[in-house]
Design a protein. Structure first.
Length: 137
């Protein structure tokens, strides 16, 4: 019979459904042990998981998180700015005061989680036991 620790070590992101992968990504947890924090500092991914030792430096996320963030945040901000513009007709400085800090805060909140989700998906669907070659091969 397996102990709870052995059962916990068997569950990785590869065993989870897509919803579970996304949920673990939102929690910013290690894709292998589902417990360790993936980040040191604000949005820097650790080289290794502090709990299980998984090498997280092999996951090349590049600009992957930026594109969906720009699309989602841009859609939200432009929609809200158009609503405010056509409803209240404020001067331009009001838009600057409202939307610049809003974009900064929203980006800070979303960036870490989107980076984590990209790492989770790479771990789930890509083999990282081999060293990554130049060009992503």
């Amino acid at each position: 019979m397996k102990t709870p620790d052995q059962k916990a070590n068997q569950n990785t992101v590869r065993d989870l459904s897509l919803g579970g992968v996304l949920l673990n990504g939102l929690k910013c947890r290690c894709p292998q042990c589902l417990r360790g924090n993936m980040f040191k500092g604000f949005a820097t991914i650790r080289d290794r998981c502090p709990v299980c030792g998984l090498g997280l430096d092999e996951h090349d996320i590049g600009d992957g998180p930026v594109v969906p963030m720009m699309l989602v945040i841009g859609t939200i901000v432009v929609s809200m700015a158009l609503y405010v513009e056509f409803t209240y007709l404020p001067p331009v400085w009001v838009h600057v005061v409202l939307w610049v800090p809003f974009v900064m805060v929203l980006t800070a909140v979303v960036l870490k989680r989107v980076k984590s989700i990209v790492v989770q998906l790479q771990y789930r669907f890509r083999e990282t036991d081999k060293k990554t070659l130049p060009g992503g091969q």
